[in-house]
Design a protein around this ligand. Structure first.
Ligand code: HPA
Ligand code: ZN
Length: 329
């Protein structure tokens, strides 16, 4: 089946891990394609998540001025268009873009404006998720969550925690997620990737997210799988990324199909289009080839993604209609 033409929803996508060669070349005209591949695209197998994350630095270095941030955001919209994405939630950590003097507020404003422009240019609906990072201090994490507050009513729709799950505990971030809960923000959190089910339990208890980024290692605990299903917690599953970060040995071992069959709400995502050299079209093709997934499976995942999207009912209804039309034979 050719998935290229099917409409798709993507909830888990890092802006700084998704720079195309075109935009990198525009920002650094001296770079060759070979050198781009070498530094921006990761090996098929990294040692672990921390090793994988070292590849993101190249993207972040090229996202330090208003022009760079704008071009990288608009470039991502072109990639989403090529993948026939109709709704995307794009995430990034605003505090990582201050090397040339931009304030975090300016960073969010620039990406927010570029997102509005991208939506107008492509017709793709989109929202932004602001990330704190595992290695941040409590103060930095609070700064990140307060940016979500400052940008309420814009394209900013939620809060997340990313980076090295295995290397840093959640302690410094509990206050920021409590703040997010008090304010009623939409929240997702990376967990159950570099660590197992205990990390997902801990994340659910202290951060209270409606979705989990990855969460695939929940499969190691049947009680947790039951809990996720009962509480309707949505897993943002990113198959290629999990093999690349060495969380899962091979794609044949990936629990995506077992999670789906267990009735847990899930979606299919790329995570890092450049580092993982992937698209949703490729991810869908992999799931079809390895697990015999059919069109109906992808429709279900996309409908569940919309149900758990950080966007209002009106937009959800419009996207749901568009999706159903796209999957009709
Ligand atoms: N996990 C944590 N942080 C990340 C990831 C991931 O898979 N991708 C980009 N930042
Ligand atoms: Zn991620």
């Amino acid at each position: 089946m050719n998935y290229a033409q099917l409409p798709k929803v993507e909830l888990h996508l890092h802006l700084d891990c998704s720079l195309s060669y075109e935009v990198v070349k525009q920002l650094n005209p001296n770079i060759s394609y070979e050198s781009y591949r070498e530094s921006f695209v990761g090996p098929v197998k990294c040692t672990d998540l921390a090793d994988f994350l070292t590849r993101a630095i190249n993207g972040i270095n090229l996202m330090q001025t208003p022009k760079e941030l704008e071009l990288v955001t608009l470039d991502l919209f072109q990639q989403l268009k090529a993948d026939n994405v109709i709704y995307a939630e794009i995430r990034f950590a605003p505090l990582e873009h201050q090397e040339k003097g931009l304030s975090p507020e300016e960073v969010v404003q620039i990406v927010n404006d570029a997102t509005a422009k991208g939506i107008a240019e492509t017709g793709i609906e989109a929202r932004l998720i602001l990330c704190t990072l595992r290695h941040y201090t409590e103060e930095q994490s609070m700064k990140a969550v307060k940016l979500v507050e400052q940008f309420q009513g814009t394209m900013v729709a939620g809060f997340d925690i990313a980076a090295d799950e295995a290397g840093f505990p959640i302690k410094e971030h509990i206050k920021a997620f409590e703040y997010a809960r008090q304010k009623g923000f939409h929240v997702t959190a990376h967990a159950g990737e570099a660590r197992g089910a205990d990390s997902v339990w801990e994340t659910l208890e202290h951060f209270r997210p409606s979705r989990i980024g990855h969460g695939v290692r929940s499969i190691e605990d049947p009680k947790l799988i039951d809990h996720l299903r009962e509480m309707k917690i949505h897993l943002e599953v990113c198959p290629t990324s999990n093999v690349q970060t060495n969380v899962i040995d091979t794609i044949q071992d990936h629990p995506a199909d077992r999670i789906y069959q267990a009735g847990v709400s899930m979606s299919v995502n790329t995570d890092a289009r450049t580092i993982s050299d992937t698209t949703l079209n490729k991810e869908y093709t992999i799931l079809e080839k390895e697990f015999g997934w059919k069109k109906a499976y992808f429709l279900k995942c996309n409908l569940e993604a919309i149900e758990h999207a950080f966007v209002g009912e009106e937009v959800k209804e419009r996207l749901t209609k568009k999706l159903k039309e796209g999957y009709m034979d």
